[in-house]
Write a protein that binds this ligand. Structure first.
Ligand SMILES: *Cc1c(COP(=O)(O)O)cnc(C)c1O
Length: 485
């Protein structure tokens, strides 16, 4: 299976090159249509999570040998549970817990695998010099990528996060990261500035002599980051079959707290591989650019940017939407035109026909900070289940769809541990949080009985190692300095 750029069929690559390059030379994203793969999705449902993951990854990234072994190494002793991503019943729905990994956010599922893919890919291509992984983060990708790549031979990793734009816990997770090959830097600006900055560094370095080194990305613009996320849609479905809630072939709906559109796009991939996915509900916080797009067909990033209590979704330019537009339109020229409009005018509108196709698979809704706090409190009081604010956005948006789903089950994706956002959670339980986030974690633990993940509790005594803060215009110089060493 060959990958191509979403913006031009002239740029083609095998799956190894697509992963190692991260982004296509014309600024498009590498894509191949999963519906063209002959995949035995029913057989995958009978597997362990690791076997399931290996079979899906082998289908999507066929040029990597020994995928099963690679997956084994990726998840060895990293997750709390053998099944990696457990599904639990809460009230009238199911919660798919994606945060049982080493940094307590769903990005661990994919970022445990990506370093293995990069290492295997380098070996296949006989690369001698380092690959430098550039990462923009709205809070969670950064730590998960650092955790995955620190001290991996042949790699270096640079993480840019929005200055004062992430939670205190998220910042400490990154600034205390050990490893000889890691750099962490705050950028004065928001996530979109950091992500645009990284894309600009890629563009500027394309024609530069990097002394043998190469750049890649740990963001979901990299297909190697997206592909490992498909597994958990299958896992949840298989768990509903085992629980006797559905039979193989029945429809299951999924509600996904969304920012960069990577997680939900993995659900679309699952559907294209054959899994009976019903509606994929895109849940946004106040930065509801995607809700507006899915309901009207107009994507308009020219709007106020809100800092919310679900900061990992504070995004106005959702990169992976580009892949969906390509898959729905099958027209790279059309996608290139839309992306040009977005960068020049800040806005584009899709055709009626495309909007109909989009609305056939996707629905959307939005939930503000106040409602997300109410939701955390309500779900805790009614069911004793404590969720984080991102998950609460999805749960809240799900409320509006319960009638239309009827008897068909719905899975709400839970993307972070509540202890990554302890202040918001404590407030939801009716107490005003104090300044010290670790005291807040302890109080939340007393009230809820939910254990604090060790990786977060340990941060309190960890030494801060990274304090760089730069202007967004200086990101290229910052990367060049690293490349020169
Ligand atoms: C990254 C993230 C999201 C958004 O996922 P996308 O793939 O960017 O849409 C949601 N919740 C949490 C906790 C995250 O870290």
């Amino acid at each position: 299976m060959e990958y191509q750029s979403t913006r031009s069929s002239a740029y083609r690559a095998d799956s190894v090159t697509a992963v190692l390059d991260g982004i296509a030379p014309d600024g498009g994203l590498y894509i191949a249509d999963p519906s063209k793969i002959a995949f035995d999705w029913k057989a995958a449902l009978g597997c362990s999570s690791r076997d399931m993951s290996a079979s899906i990854l082998h289908a999507l990234l066929p040029d990597f040998p020994d995928m099963r072994e690679l997956v084994e190494r990726a998840y060895l002793n990293k997750f709390e549970t053998e099944d990696l991503t457990p599904t639990v019943k809460v009230g009238d729905r199911y919660i798919l817990e994606l945060f049982r990994g080493p940094t307590s956010a769903f990005k661990d599922v994919a970022l445990s695998v990506l370093p293995q893919l990069v290492t295997a890919g380098r070996a296949l291509q006989g690369a001698k010099d380092d690959v430098v992984i550039l990462t923009a983060t709205s809070g969670d990708t950064g730590k998960a990528a650092l955790e995955g790549f620190h001290d991996v031979p042949g790699t270096r990793i640079v993480v840019f996060y929005p200055y004062k734009g992430v939670s205190r816990v998220q910042e400490l997770q990154m600034s205390t990261q050990k490893g000889a090959n890691v750099k962490v830097c705050a950028v004065r600006g928001n996530f979109d500035d950091a992500q645009t900055g990284v894309k600009k560094v890629f563009a500027a370095c394309r024609d530069m002599d990097l002394g043998g080194k190469s750049l890649s990305s740990a963001n979901s613009i990299n297909i190697g980051r997206l592909a490992p996320q498909v597994m958990y849609y299958f896992r949840a479905y298989a768990d509903l079959v085992s629980a006797g809630r559905i039979r193989v072939g029945d429809t299951v709906h999924y509600v996904v707290p969304t920012g960069n559109f990577g997680d939900i796009l993995a659900g679309w991939f699952a559907k294209l591989l054959g899994l009976p996915v019903g509606t994929l509900v895109c849940a946004s916080n106040q930065n509801k650019v995607l809700t507006d797009f899915i309901t009207t067909g107009v994507y308009d990033k020219r709007r106020e940017f809100y800092k919310t209590n679900s900061p990992s979704m504070d995004i106005l330019v959702s990169s992976n939407l580009e892949r969906l537009l390509f898959l729905l339109s099958e027209d790279e020229g059309y996608v290139a035109g839309l992306m040009k409009k977005l960068s020049e005018e800040g806005r584009y509108e899709i055709s009626e026909e495309l909007l109909r196709k989009l609305q056939n698979g996707f629905a959307a809704g939005t939930c503000d900070d106040e409602s997300s706090i109410e939701t955390i409190g309500k779900v805790f009081r009614e069911y004793g289940y404590l969720m984080d604010p991102h998950t609460a956005v999805a749960w809240n948006v799900c409320d509006c769809f319960m009638d239309s789903f009827g008897d068909e089950p719905v899975v709400v994706l839970s993307t972070a541990s509540p202890y990554k956002f302890p202040a918001a959670c404590l407030r939801a339980l009716g107490e005003e949080p104090e300044e010290d986030e670790f005291a807040v974690m302890r109080r939340l633990n007393e009230l809820s009985g939910v254990p604090v993940p060790a990786n977060l509790a340990n941060l309190e005594s960890a030494e801060v190692l990274h304090t760089d803060v730069i202007e967004k215009e200086d990101m290229l110089a910052y990367v060049l300095e690293i490349l020169s060493k």
